[in-house]
Design a binder for this molecule. Sequence first.
Ligand code: PLP
Length: 442
Amino acid sequence: MSTKRNNPETIAIHGGDYKSDPATNAVAVPIYRTTSYQFNNTEHAANLFALKEFGNIYTRIMNPTNDVLEKRVAALEGGLSCVTVSSGQTASSFAILNVAQAGDNIVSSTDLYGGTVSLFTHTLSKLGIEIRYADPSDPKNFEKMVDDKTRAFYGETLPNPYLRVFPIKEVSDIGRKYNIPLIMDNTASPVICKPIEHGAAIVIHSLTKYIGGHGTAVAGSIVDGGNFDWTADPKRQPLFNEPDASYGGVIWGKAVPELTGANVPFAVRARVCLLRDLGSALAPDNAFAIIQGLETVALRMKQHCENAEKVVNFLKKHKEVTKVIYSTEHNKPIADRAKKYLKGGYGPMVGIELKGGIQSGKTFIESLKMFYHVANIGDVRSLAIHPASTTHSQLNEKELAASGVTQSYVRLCIGIEHIDDIIEDLNQALNKSSKGKLRAVS
Ligand code: PLP
């Protein structure tokens, strides 16, 4: 089935080359539980290692089950190549480590998942990579922070808790003036947004979330859009223009297009250097679990978004709710960005602030009967959490304020259950929230 069919419903099921298992004709993608692959002869082995020929070498670097997932995720995002990794955190780490080294900097949006802030501020900074934070409400803030050591821009399409949609084209256009690629984390908005169409060069996902959908496997992916010229300004992108001593002096920006016919040096380097050196490979069992979820992602996103919009309308009228945070519930121009960048739904996540502040928030969460109280997002089940005391608890006051988490903020990830059941559960918990009477979570 050709991946030129551009409909996400079809890509998610048929994308990539896989029709059936070449050895057995099995329709479901088999789990290739092998670490190694028999070489045809010594020349074949040498060619694979020298990248003269592409093929399976060792599962830390590639695996046929993962390959099917990679081709489908690349097609879903409208990119040319994809590398799967052990988690979303690995995807964001690799995306940065693939362009930046000690002494370099990245300009990142302030609106980020708490784990990404922690990775950027605490771990990458110790490796000598500086992350400069820019408020995305004005895209020009990115330009103000560029210097000759800036290697990439970084943003999240639909970041919680603010749920302000990122100005993808605006920031990408600024980046392209300086030959700086935009890396987008599209975890919360697969199908409804395709950042590459708006100029992003790289798209990462925590596949753990909406693409997996069932909460059964942790996984990540890095998609190379194939739309960025890594060699246009050699000083700007030294890792793609200087000889790599670890690969016999190869210059990735030139060698990959020559060897593969595709402009995907970012994906190839991430695979053959970072997976080789740092590991963090995705287990094929987990790739299989994610493939099952991926097949229904378009349907699920539609239902998540439809339900979320109904929940927003319900919450806006509820007496215990003082504020509803949703991608379309912002002042201009932020609200307009939801309409510009999200198609087929405005997102599955909703934030609320309650009349009674932090205590009401806690009582509300503990009164929910059907919603799960978990740190995850992107599950078929409806989920709720109080970020200030959980997912964002390792951030200091300044970081909390920058990321938009107030003490009374509650994050809801609206699932695909029947909307009546979702609203009934929210309603009964909201009505208890100001009374401070806790009930066991069932
Ligand atoms: N990016 C975003 C937007 C996330 O929400 C998360 C996890 O919640 C991650 C990345 C990290 O993903 P993982 O938990 O798969 O490591």
